[in-house]
Design a protein around this ligand. Structure first.
Ligand code: CP
Length: 302
């Protein structure tokens, strides 16, 4: 991991993933250290974010590092027409590592190819979100006591949901049984399904959520990604297709936990928030420790 960019979850082996999760556990016990003292992290967000951007900022600041950057392309010289390459080459003069979110699929890979400092992909269009994937794995391991042999139910926008793509690929290391609940228009892309097949694992596709709730160890709810639809009318047809509420959980397993990368729109009723099986806000907190582990590993400080 030392000095290597993190662009896709495919960049990390199973052993490297577990190493990050173990290190994140150490940071959870002691998140305020001087690990990043003297280091400058750049945070370039060309797309909106609350959790990813702020948990990276919190992770850096709690480890005594400095963070610079922008939260919107409008406040950078990109708005004057500057290219991504020129932006990356410039910002790399000011920083030891760049965290970048960008709406274009493949932009993080391109940035990593032109950058003299490591790039962390904080989401590239509908493609990948590897740091979210690592915090999702951390949350699953923490709540289930294992990552192995679990029934994982993904619900919602499996086509455009980059967090689903990264997590499904990573779970192929851990013998997951996949339940894929989506409208027919928003099924998991074939490239990700091919990955599952190549790992010789099973997946089932459904349009109804009710039939798989009671078999699930994890229900991973997702938002329908309005901003990725080429046609707004197509979004209108599916925008409220799933709504998980407390009564639907009455026969669920005791160990079931409900995850969501957030932000939520309508797909989880607020009555679920007080159910002990709801885990999405703790999941967001885990992002701080996991991102501390990622930064420390790439900068070879742990
Ligand atoms: N999970 C996630 O990526 O959230 P943000 O868009 O708020 O960063």
């Amino acid at each position: 991991m030392k000095n290597r960019s993190l662009v896709s979850i495919n960049d990390y082996s199973k052993e490297e993933i577990i190493k990050i999760l173990d290190l994140a556990e150490e940071f959870e016990k002691n998140p305020r250290q001087e690990t990043l003292k003297g280091k400058v992290i750049a945070s370039l967000f060309f797309e909106p974010s609350t959790r990813t951007r702020l948990s990276f900022e919190s992770a850096v600041q709690q480890l005594s590092g400095s963070i610079i950057g922008f939260a919107s392309a409008d406040t950078s010289s990109v708005s004057k027409g500057e290219s991504l390459k020129d932006t990356i080459l410039t910002v790399s003069n000011y920083s030891d590592l760049i965290v970048m979110r960008h709406p274009v699929e493949g932009s993080a890979r391109y940035a990593s190819e032109v950058s003299p400092v490591p790039i962390i992909n904080a989401g590239d269009g509908a493609n990948q979100h590897p740091t979210q994937c690592l915090l999702d794995l951390y949350s699953i391991r923490k709540t289930q006591g294992t990552l192995d042999n679990l029934d994982i139910t993904f619900v919602g926008d499996l086509k455009y949901g980059r967090t689903v793509h990264s997590l499904a690929i990573a779970l192929c290391h851990f013998n997951a049984r996949f339940h894929l609940v989506s409208p027919v228009e928003l099924k998991l892309p074939s490239a990700v399904k091919r990955h599952i097949k190549e790992a010789k694992l099973q997946y089932e596709q459904y349009t109804s959520l009710n039939e798989v709730i009671n078999a699930s160890d994890i229900i991973y709810m997702t938002r329908i990604q309005r901003e990725r639809f080429p046609d707004p009318l197509e979004y209108e047809k599916v925008k409220n297709v799933y709504n998980l509420n407390n009564s639907m959980l009455s026969g669920s397993k005791d160990n079931l936990r409900i995850l969501h990368p957030l932000p939520r729109v309508n797909e989880i009723s607020i009555d679920v928030d007080t159910n002990p099986k709801a885990y999405y806000f703790e999941q967001a907190l885990n992002g701080v420790y996991v991102r501390q582990a990622i930064l420390a590993s790439i900068l070879a400080l742990k």
